[in-house]
Design a protein around this ligand. Structure first.
Ligand SMILES: C[S@@+](CC[C@H](N)C(=O)[O-])C[C@H]1O[C@@H](n2cnc3c(N)ncnc32)[C@H](O)[C@@H]1O
Length: 647
């Protein structure tokens, strides 16, 4: 290849796409499958295998990359791409065939990687130590001594103690756990608890017939023509769940609650199906369908979907409304907004108007006739089965949960109090954490006083449901919990609010946009103001009130340029989405290099960039709302600066 330098050779698309997906899963808690399907790469199974392996080998990859220092020595190498390439080299095809720069870079470390990746090698020190200990313990001399010391009586005594322990310990464990479940979690049904403890969930494949493009009856007969047999309808939910558990090819069944949702055996593959490619069927989990189903907007109504991308629920809402009326689908994130537009186009949801905006900045006078709102905000994603399979039971950082909770409260409160003609609001999360569910709803109930009431989910589903919110919270058991191990779909939480128009809405102060503010900055500015202004009902949000001044001061002093403002927004987003500061930092550095150079161009000297960004990030972090620690640091730095000036 005489004329082409390694810089100009492109990284194979498969690796680039896989790297982006893995990054999105890890940083934004996206669903692996959804991202892959939405990526529309021709080699879906190849990408899935590579991403899955990379995520599954995460710990080993971190160890290897740290050990060989590749990311330090090669600052131009994208860390996510590096993970993908190393996975392919060590556990995938075991070879990398391309002359492109990143692949050549990784190949330069191949020998080291192979040496280190040898699991025996990695674990040998520990094993050898353990073996030494074992050897010591079972050395013949010692055994002899022990044999001499251990009398027959001693052996009998030991056996007696062991048998007593083996007999009693299971009882102690069982009744102990039962006691904790009763006292701490108010769960009395042991059988249910035992079922819940079983981690193995075989989720069936859910296919929603997109009735905008394919009438339900036609859809069903289409599958029958393909050789599938439809099972008879069940008379109650328990019977239905039993039928789904036993579902085997060539049988499928209509969902018990949502008629347009068809349920197929778990190993059925649909992503290559022509009807999926054409948007006539949508691969949407039952849990996700339930939010739109419970919102149930009437034909011709006006609906606001405040957190819309990738648009699964929006397109379902459009189908429920038969493309009549209007749905405003709002999404703040640029990349996800593009995904939303694609979904809307593919599914023929012509009544949808997509809005690329921060939903917290929506004005009531811009949307005066909104009657139904769906609030499906960013959450921890702890209920996603794909995540659980990949990462096991994750521990959720309480600080992150609190941040998410504050954001979710703001979003839900904005929906309930800002639009005067709203009749019904559905709040949903794919989270199992009460912090994002019952606690959010209970706090909001206090705020809205009696202007809204919660509709009891059990009644909405005609008594055919098994799990509800905990009675220990204000919302009591009125909200719906979807439990993967019971309902055979993702874990989910749904609350349905209904407006009582006899009770006036509590006042909701909305800051008027400042005229001198450049339009690009308005969004961010208003979020800050909203964060602060909506903060008067709880102790947590009172703290934000104090922060308001700092943010406004920062703003008025013109300390942030437009460019920095965008970065600031990215940072706020990553504070909400990323799991650690290091990820934010990597993201920031990546953003910078994305802005300036091609992603794989390693000719940039990244060290000064890193230093500069580190400085910028720490200064930006201090300007961010919702963190007392940063605020106090910020104040301290300001006073130090002042003192220095005086001196
Ligand atoms: C759980 S996802 C929504 C899934 C979507 N309802 C569906 O069914 O396909 C949450 C979405 O809210 C978006 N989001 C977060 N904050 C937002 C804001 N302030 N305004 C608008 N969208 C926001 C996120 O970017 C993300 O795409």
């Amino acid at each position: 290849m005489p004329n082409r330098t390694v810089h100009s050779i492109k990284v194979p698309r498969l690796y680039k796409t896989a790297a982006k997906i893995v990054q999105e899963v890890r940083e934004k808690h996206g669903s692996l499958k959804t991202l892959i399907y939405e990526g529309k790469h021709p080699n879906v199974s190849g990408i899935y295998a590579l991403c899955y392996k990379t995520l599954a080998k995460e710990t080993q990859l971190t160890y290897l990359l740290n050990k060989i220092k590749i990311l330090i020595n090669e600052p131009g190498l994208d860390p996510w791409l590096a993970r993908i390439l190393v996975t392919e080299l060590l556990w995938g095809k075991k070879t990398l065939k391309s002359e492109c720069k990143p692949i050549q870079t990784v190949l330069a470390y191949e020998q080291k990687l192979r040496e280190l990746s040898n699991i025996d090698d990695v674990e040998r020190p520990r094993k050898t130590d353990q073996q030494k200990v074992n050897q010591k313990e079972s050395s013949p001399d010692q055994n002899k001594d022990q044999g001499a010391i251990m009398t027959f009586v001693a052996v009998l005594g030991k056996l007696f103690i062991y048998s007593m322990a083996m007999f009693t310990l299971p009882f102690v464990a069982f009744f102990g756990v039962q006691h904790i479940m009763k006292v701490e979690f108010h769960i009395r049904d042991e059988l249910h608890f035992c079922v819940c403890c079983c981690n193995y969930i075989k989720k069936p494949r859910y296919v929603r017939i997109n009735t905008l493009l394919l009438p339900l009856e036609k859809g069903i007969s289409y599958f029958q023509e393909e050789g599938w047999h439809i099972m008879p309808k069940c008379s109650n939910y328990i019977e239905y769940l039993d039928a789904v558990k036993k579902l085997k090819q060539p049988n499928f069944i209509q969902d018990f609650h949502i008629p347009e949702l068809l349920v197929f055996p778990s190993n059925t593959i649909f992503y290559k199906h022509s009807k999926y490619q054409s948007g006539e069927i949508v691969l949407q989990d039952k849990a996700s369908c339930l939010s739109s189903y419970l919102l149930n907007p009437t034909r011709g109504s006006v609906v606001l979907d405040m957190c819309a991308a990738p648009g699964m629920k929006t397109s379902h809402l459009a189908a429920i409304m038969e493309n009549t009326g209007k749905i405003c689908a709002v999404e703040v994130n640029e990349f996800r907004y593009q995904m939303l537009c694609k979904t809307i186009k593919l599914t023929g949801a012509s009544c949808v108007e997509t809005v690329h905006k921060d939903a917290l900045t929506l004005k009531s006078d811009e949307y005066p006739n909104v009657e139904y709102i769906l609030v499906d905000p960013t959450c921890s994603g702890s209920g996603m089965l794909d995540r659980q399979k990949l990462f096991g039971k994750e521990k959720y950082d309480p600080i992150r949960l609190k941040k998410l909770q504050a954001f979710q409260v703001l979003m839900l409160r904005h929906a309930l109090l800002n639009f005067p003609n709203v009749k019904k609001v559905v709040y949903s999360t794919c989270s199992t954490c009460p912090e994002e569910n019952e606690q959010v709803v209970s706090e909001i109930l206090e705020n809205v006083q009696n202007a809204y009431k919660l509709l009891p989910a059990k009644e909405l589903l005609n008594g055919n449901w098994l799990n509800f919110s905990s009675k220990i919270y204000n919302c009591s058991d009125k909200c719906l919990y979807i439990k993967s191990n019971v309902d055979l779909c993702n874990d989910f939480f749904i609350a349905v609010f209904e407006r009582d128009f006899d009770v006036p809405l509590p006042k909701y102060k909305e800051k008027k946009p400042r005229q001198q503010v450049a339009s690009n900055n308005q969004g961010k500015k208003q979020i800050d103001v909203l964060h602060a202004e909506n903060a008067n009902t709880t102790r947590k949000l009172k703290k934000l009130g104090k922060r308001k001044k700092t943010n406004e001061e920062t703003f008025q002093n013109g300390e942030t340029s437009q460019n920095e403002e965008t970065k600031d927004n990215i940072l706020i987003d990553s504070v909400l989405n990323a799991s650690s500061d290091s990820i934010e930092f990597i993201q920031e550095v990546k953003n910078d290099s994305d802005d300036n150079t091609s992603q794989n161009n390693d000719s940039v000297d990244i060290e000064p960039v890193i230093k500069k960004r580190k400085k910028k990030i720490s200064s930006m972090m201090m300007k961010l709302p919702r963190n007392r620690f940063r605020l106090s640091q910020h104040k301290e730095l300001r006073s130090q600066k002042k003192k220095r000036k005086i001196v």
